[in-house]
Structures are given as C-alpha cells and as structure tokens.
Design a protein around this ligand. Structure first.
Ligand code: P6P
Length: 338
C-alpha cells in the first residue's frame, strides 16, 4: 500500500516547480493548510456551539455576516500575518485591503485575495461551504496598495479552495496542474488524494440558479432549453445540480464534468460572483485542469480588474460545455446586447 503524501511533503517536493521558487510560497501554502484545519474544526461542530447564525453586521457587499464568516476571516488574516510571507490581504469580509504593518511582512513578496467562507448562507442548513484564495506577487515597492491586487488573473502565482463537505479537501494549483488533498482527521493532515486532477472535456451537469430564468440573457435561456432536449447521442437531457455554494458546485463539476453559470441578470448586471477572490482563482484551477472559464465575452483570466469587490459574469467548467454556452450567447445574445 502506498504511503500517504501529506500536503507539506508535497509542497516541499514540488517547491522547485513553484514560480519564482522560494521558501515563501511553500510557507504560505502550508499556512493556508493550517488555517483551513482550524476553520474546519469550527465548521464541523458549528451546530454544537454558539457559532451558527448571523451577526448584526453586514460586509462590504451588504450581506449579513455569519458568525463563521467572521471566525474564518480572522483565522486566515492571522495565519497570513504570522506567516510573514504576505504583505497584505483583500478579503470578501473586509472593505479595503489590510496591509500588515509588522517589519517582516512589510517586505514580503506576496499578497492574497480570499473569500474566507464562501456560501456561508448555507452554514445553518449543513450544506458544503468553502474558502477560496488567490495569490499574487507584489508589483509595487514600499507599502502595498490596491495595485498589487488589481492584476489580471493570468498573473496569479497560485490559487485554490478548501471545501468543507462530506470530507474536507484542499485543491490548489501553482501553474503546474491541479492537486487535491483530503483531510485525514485521524492524523490531522491533508493527504494527497487527487493527484494531477483533470476535468472531463464534456459533462452532463449544468449548474445555474434557474430562479433568475426570466432575467437571463437570451443566449443562456436558449442554452438551458438545449440542455433539456432529449438527445441520446450527447447524453441529453442533462442534469441540473445547483447547491448555491460556488465551491461545492465547482468541485462537483470539476470531478464529474459540468458547467457552472452565473451570468449577468437584470438584478445583477455584472453577475454576482467576485472577480478577485471567486472567479479568478476558480478560473486558474479550471484551466489548469483542462477546463475553461469565460465571462461569455472573454477569458476570465484576461480581465483587467478595476475594483477589489468587482463582480463579473462567469461560465466555468468542462471546456466543450463552456464553449457551447459561448456559442449560444454569440448566436442569441451577440456582444452588443450583453
Ligand atoms: P444565488 C454564495 O452566496 C455565492 O456567493 C456563491 O457561493 C454561490 O454560487 C452564489 O452566491 C449563489 O447565488 O443568487 O444563486 O443564491
């Protein structure tokens, strides 16, 4: 029986492949693993301690902060501060960037944009939730500014997510493929369980909130109708699977094949999901796993961000499925009407 490979063993072994390979990224990825284990512990017992439910506060998005949102945010902010490989962070739970003032962090090479607990409205109903992170090298000198975060997704050094589900997994890429690690609670280690993860080019799962159907672009409506037609040759009708937690929907589609769509709607003209800490990291992973990520008009990773909490439409998952959606958008909702 093969011996397990822990996250730290893997990171150290692969360190030579890391872009600008240096110990800092190794330490940073390891710090994320530790913070994820701490958050996982609270997520798993959330029903037993007074950490369910909402606070009286709202985040910059105007969304009510769940107690676990705040807890998870604190754990990752602290982990990045003490690790000293990160000069500043941008978080879904923070209005602006948080620059670490301690001496060592001031000269750190990296910045991290993250969503500490994505899908947190599902916490109280025991549905899988997740953490999403995106790592860049700084581009400014001196004190970090937003410019360090407003980089195109193609310049990410690493990106990943933790899914707190039936098991807890850490999935990440440093630009050399995607690897998945499953937490073994008996030893408290993330162990390599999905080496060199590739997503199927085709799938038969589509994930979208069809409650928005009447507000969707015509091309998306036509695609959904196409998914529901019977055609044995390409396994239609497809199955609709939508959890309302991007990390969980993305992860299922990554493994099984499928497409996740959160387009612009009348209510959300730029879509709902945030470019910096949801769409870009997931797009990096999708492409590294052989999939695709598009706004419907262009490759997500080529977008020039203009604001920390900027929202963009996203169509992400199996390559051929994303291309089918793009083709129907082109046919029924040409760019001029999007
Ligand atoms: P809707 C969770 O709030 C989230 O940001 C993503 O995790 C999820 O995919 C999406 O919003 C769900 O949005 O409008 O379908 O409830």
């Amino acid at each position: 029986m093969n011996r397990v490979i822990t996250l730290n063993e893997f990171i150290i072994e692969k360190q030579k492949d890391f872009p600008y390979s240096s110990g800092e990224l190794t330490g940073l990825l390891s710090d994320i693993g530790v913070a994820a284990k701490i958050v996982n512990r609270e997520v798993n017992k959330a029903g037993l301690v007074n950490i369910l439910g909402a606070t009286e506060n709202s985040n910059i998005q105007g969304e009510t902060q769940q107690k676990l949102d705040v807890y998870a945010n604190h754990q990752f902010v602290s982990a990045f501060r003490s690790g000293a490989e990160v000069a500043a962070i941008a978080s879904e739970e923070e209005e602006d960037i948080c620059v670490y003032q301690n001496e060592i962090s001031r000269d750190a090479k990296y910045v991290v944009a993250f969503d500490p607990l994505d899908g947190s409205s599902n916490i109280d109903v025991n549905v899988s939730i997740g953490t999403i992170f995106s790592i860049y090298r700084r581009v400014t000198k001196g004190v970090c500014t937003r410019e360090d975060f407003l980089q195109k997704g193609m310049y990410q050094v690493a990106a990943g997510y933790v899914i707190y589900g039936s098991s807890t997994m850490l999935v990440f890429t440093t630009g050399n493929g995607v690897n998945g690690f499953t937490l073994d609670p008996s030893i408290g280690e993330f162990c390599l369980s999905h080496p060199n993860l590739k997503t199927p080019e085709n799938g038969s799962i589509y994930s979208i909130n069809e409650g928005h159907y009447n507000d969707l672009p015509e091309g998306i409506k036509q695609y959904l109708n196409w998914c529901k037609e019977s055609n044995k040759a390409d396994n239609r009708p497809y199955s609709a699977r939508y959890i309302g937690s991007m990390v969980a929907d993305f992860h299922r589609n990554l493994i099984k094949g499928g497409v996740f769509i959160y387009p612009q709607t009348a209510h959300s003209p730029n879509g709902k999901l945030r470019l910096l800490y949801e769409c870009n990291p997931m797009a990096f992973i999708a492409e590294q796993a052989g999939g695709k990520a598009s706004t419907g008009k262009q490759r997500v990773l080529e977008l020039q961000p203009t604001a920390l909490h900027q929202r963009v439409p996203i169509i992400i998952g199996s390559k051929n499925m994303v291309e089918k959606v793009e083709q129907m958008l082109e046919q029924f909702s040409p760019v001029s009407t999007l």
